[in-house]
Ligand binder design. Structure first.
Ligand code: GLU
Length: 446
C-alpha cells in the first residue's frame, strides 16, 4: 500500500507543541514506511483563517525540518466539496434544517430535563416542501445535516486498538452552514479520499468524529483509511495544555533559544515507553519509530525537561552543524576550538556569545589577592599554548604559593574569566592567550 499521511492544521493560530506532537508522528510514520506527507491547510473557516497564520505554519514546519511532499489548501477544493454534497443529496444522506441556534439549545435543554441524551431529533426530516418554502420566505436559510445510519461503527485504531462508536447516540452532524460554508467534517473526508490518504493520525479529540466520518467515506463510495488517535499532551501536573499553549508555540520556543531538534527529539518519544534522548537529525528519530509504541495515556509535556534536553543536545552538537548559524548571529569569531571548549556549558546557542567574550575580551577580572595574581602572572609559560599549559602552569603556582584545590583554582578562574563557573580552564586558557591572561591577572580589563 502507498502510505500517504496528512497534517491538517487550520490557519487560525500559530502551531504549538500539541500540534507538532501530531505533525511529527505523521511525518515519522511516513518516513518510516517510505510514504509521503501532505500538508493540508484546513482553511474553510474564512473568518478565522489568515494568510499570516498559514505562512507562520509553513515557516514553523520548515524550521523543524518537517518538509512536506504534497501541499493543499481546502479553500481551493470547493468544487470537490460541492460535488460530494450533490452525491449525498442524491442519496438522501444530506438534509436541510432550519432551526436557529437558540431553538436547538432549547431542544437540548428539554431533552436533558426529560433525562434523554441531547441528540438532534431529526424534526427537519418531517418538513414538507410547503414548510420549507414558508421558512425560506421568512428569511431562513438551511444548514445541512448528514443522515447517520443508526448503527455501531467499528475500527481498529493503530494506537487505541478496537474502537466502537454507536452512531444512534450521536446527532447527525452539520456539514454545511447556513451561509453555504463548510464545517471541517466533509472537506476533510473528501480530501482524504481525493488525495488517497492511507492513514489518518490525529489527536484523540477527534475520536467521536471518526464514527461519522467512516460513514461519510462509505456514503461517498470510498473505503475509510486506517486511523490512529494519539492522546493529547498534558502539562507536568497532568492538566490539559490549552491554557499554556501561547507560551508553548513553536515561534515562542524558538525565540527562547530552543533547538528544533530538541523539540523533535522530545515530542517524538514522550508518548512512548522509549527514553527521550537528544538526536541530531530527524533520520535518527525515524529509526526506532513505531506508531504502536504510543500509549493511550496523556504524555506530560514539561518545559523544564525540554530545556534540559536542549542543553544536552547542544553539548553533543558538532561545530559544522552550527557554523552557519554562528556567522548569522555575528559570531564568526567562534571557531571549532572555541565551540568544543565551551559547548558543554551552554543551555542555548546564544549563550555562546558570553564565552566568546571570555576568550576574546573584554573581561573585567575579579581579583581578591593581587599579590597572588601577580605571582601567577609571572609564572605563565611562554607561548605557543595548548591544553597542557594549564596543568604545567598551575603546578608551578602551587609550588610557589603553597595553595591548592579551590584556593588555587578559584582565584585564577575569577581573574581570567571574571566568572565563578565555566568551562574547563585547560581548554579556555589557550583561547584566552598569554597577553590577555597577563593583563587580567594584573587587574586590567582586557
Ligand atoms: N483541521 C483539523 C484540526 O485541526 C484536522 C483534524 C484531522 O486531522 O482530521 O483539528
Amino acid at each position: 500500500m502507498t502510505v500517504l499521511v496528512r497534517f491538517a492544521p487550520s490557519p487560525t493560530g500559530r502551531l504549538h507543541v500539541g500540534n507538532i506532537y501530531i505533525a511529527l508522528a505523521n511525518w515519522l510514520f511516513a518516513r518510516s514506511r517510505g510514504g509521503e506527507f501532505l500538508l493540508r491547510l484546513d482553511d474553510t473557516d474564512r473568518e478565522r483563517s489568515t494568510a499570516a497564520f498559514a505562512e507562520g505554519i509553513e515557516a514553523d514546519l520548515r524550521w523543524l525540518g518537517l518538509a512536506w511532499n504534497r501541499f493543499a489548501r481546502q479553500s481551493e477544493g470547493m468544487e470537490r466539496y460541492d460535488t460530494a454534497v450533490a452525491t449525498l443529496k442524491a442519496a438522501d444522506r444530506l438534509y436541510p434544517c432550519y432551526e436557529t441556534p437558540e431553538e436547538l439549545a432549547l431542544k437540548r435543554k428539554s431533552q436533558l430535563q426529560r433525562g434523554r441524551p441531547p441528540v438532534y431529533d431529526r424534526a427537519a426530516r418531517a418538513l414538507t416542501d410547503a414548510d420549507r418554502q414558508r421558512l425560506e420566505a421568512e428569511g431562513r436559510r438551511p444548514h445541512w445535516r448528514f443522515l447517520l445510519a443508526r448503527e455501531s461503527v467499528a475500527w481498529t485504531d493503530l494506537v487505541r486498538g478496537e474502537q466502537q462508536i454507536d452512531e444512534a447516540s450521536q446527532s447527525d452532524p452539520v456539514l454545511v452552514r447556513e451561509d453555504g460554508s463548510y464545517l471541517y467534517t466533509l472537506p476533510s473526508v473528501v480530501d482524504d479520499i481525493a488525495f488517497g490518504v492511507s492513514h489518518v493520525i490525529r489527536g484523540s479529540d477527534h475520536i467521536t468524529n471518526t464514527g461519522a466520518q467512516i460513514q461519510l467515506f462509505r456514503a461517498l463510495g470510498a473505503e475509510p483509511p486506517a486511523f490512529a488517535h494519539l492522546p493529547l499532551l498534558s502539562d507536568a501536573a497532568g492538566e490539559g495544555l490549552s491554557k499554556r499553549l501561547g507560551s508553548l508555540s513553536i515561534d515562542a520556543l524558538r525565540e527562547q533559544g530552543t533547538e528544533a531538534m530538541a523539540i523533535n527529539s522530545y515530542l517524538a518519544r514522550i508518548g512512548t515507553a522509549d527514553s527521550v534522548e537528544p538526536k541530531l537529525g530527524l533520520d535518527d528519530l525515524v529509526q526506532g519509530f513505531d506508531i504502536s509504541r504510543f500509549g493511550r495515556a496523556a504524555p506530560r509535556f514539561d518545559p523544564a525537561e525540554l530545556a534540559h534536553l536542549n542543553a544536552r543536545l547542544l553539548h553533543e552538537t558538532p561545530f559544522a552543524a552550527v557554523r552557519a548559524r554562528l556567522e548569522a548571529m555575528g559570531l564568526a569569531q567562534v571557531d571549532e576550538e572555541l565551540w568544543q571548549a565551551v559547548r558543554g556549558n551552554i543551555a542555548t546557542l546564544a549563550e555562546i556569545a558570553d564565552w566568546a567574550q571570555v576568550c576574546h575580551g573584554p573581561v573585567t577580572p575579579v581579583i581578591e589577592d593581587p599579590a597572588f595574581a601577580a605571582t601567577a602572572a609571572d609564572l605563565l609559560p611562554s607561548e605557543p599554548w595548548d591544553q597542557e599549559v594549564w596543568g604545567a602552569w598551575t603546578a608551578r603556582v602551587r609550588e610557589a604559593t603553597g595553595r591548592k584545590g579551590k584556593a588555587l583554582f578559584l582565584p585564577l578562574r575569577l581573574a581570567l574569566t571574571g566568572r565563578e563557573h565555566g568551562p574547563e580552564l585547560k581548554n579556555l586558557l589557550p583561547l584566552i592567550g598569554r597577553a590577555r591572561a597577563v593583563a587580567r591577572l594584573s587587574g586590567q580589563t582586557g
